[in-house]
Design a protein around this ligand. Structure first.
Ligand code: C2E
Ligand code: MG
Ligand code: MG
Ligand code: MG
Length: 284
């Protein structure tokens, strides 16, 4: 059995440090174990979604949320998406996992709307591989039909690296936009995307990466980058969403520069659905 073999290899590695770096073998072993555990995570009910609120910076009004996947393993505890999304991408599981995230988010938005609760949209992270493999646009269309959700309530966040790697996938984004789905570029500024793509892509929003937001207003370079991104977005008629706002100075700076929306611990951490409903939707 592969798992058992890995287990023995790991133990031997520990006893024979001259042959194996314990750190390396542990990582390989853990990754294999996690990857196989992830295959069953959905049916075992270990996956859930947390929602982080997004606000209009000027009016303070709630716009909606970003859905963030969570994995609670019975023995290992909660495993960060930074870890398991990469594994899911390497193993191809991201297609199924990503579909689960889209379906569950759409069901949740529909339920909120049915309860008479008001929100503009909820965004879902989509990995490049998810778009490249499988029929992503068809699958999203199918989910919208089966949940009866109007497409404009769903926003998909794709990363900048996707734009660089996958020019051939632009057609898929076009198809999604045709359906009425909203599109945003996530973590904007962290890769070296060509600006000419920004004009060609059917996107509505840029999300300013947290790494720029976190040093506002003391780091002049971060201020300059945030200012430039907001100005460029405006001239391309795109909205900007700042991520990782942790204090009022950051909020005030971004607002003054014309950034429309924001999210971050200053407003609220990602929370389970019941909490999100109580904290952000029930009073409206
Ligand atoms: P992201 O899409 O850039 O999401 C923002 C991350 O920043 C989230 O981490 C969120 O919890 C965290 N965050 C939000 N506000 C603050 C803040 O004020 N301060 C700090 N320090 N952090 C803040 P999380 O939930 O651990 O997700 C990490 C990444 O994993 C996400 O980055 C996204 O790239 C990926 N991810 C999460 N859920 C999914 C998913 O369903 N599908 C895919 N493909 N990727 C996902
Ligand atoms: Mg995101
Ligand atoms: Mg982001
Ligand atoms: Mg980010």
């Amino acid at each position: 059995h592969a798992d058992t073999a890995m287990y023995h290899a790991k133990n031997q590695g520990r006893n024979n440090c001259q042959f194996y770096s314990a750190g390396l073998s542990r990582t390989v072993y853990e990754n294999l174990m996690l990857e196989s555990a992830l295959r069953n995570a959905e049916e075992r009910g270990e996956l859930s979604l947390h929602y982080q609120p997004q606000f209009d910076l000027t009016t303070g009004r709630l716009i909606g949320a970003e859905a963030l996947v969570r994995w609670l393993h019975p023995e290992l505890g909660s495993i960060s998406p930074a870890q398991f999304i990469a594994l899911a991408e390497e193993s191809g599981q991201i297609v199924k996992l990503g579909e689960w995230v889209v379906r569950n988010t759409c069901r949740q938005i529909k339920q909120w709307l049915n309860q008479g609760l008001k929100l503009e949209r909820v965004s879902v992270n989509v990995s490049a591989l998810q778009i490249q493999r499988g029929n992503f646009a068809d699958s999203v269309g199918q989910i919208l039909r089966e949940t009866g959700l109007a497409a404009n309530f769903l926003e998909l966040e794709v990363t900048e690296s996707f734009i660089i790697e996958a020019e051939q996938s632009f057609a898929i984004l076009d198809a999604l936009r045709q359906m009425g789905v909203e599109l945003a570029i996530d973590d904007f500024g962290t890769s070296y995307s060509s600006l000419k793509y920004l004009k060609r892509l059917p996107i509505q929003r840029l999300k300013i990466d947290r790494s720029f937001v976190q040093d506002i207003p003391n780091d002049l370079n971060s201020n300059a980058i945030a200012r430039a991104v907001i100005a460029m977005a405006r001239s391309l008629q795109l909205e900007t969403v700042a991520e990782g706002i942790e204090n009022s100075q950051q909020r005030d700076f971004l607002m003054a520069e014309g950034c429309q929306c924001g999210q971050g611990y200053f407003f609220g951490k990602p929370v389970p659905v019941v909490e999100f409903t109580q904290l952000y939707l029930a009073g409206l």
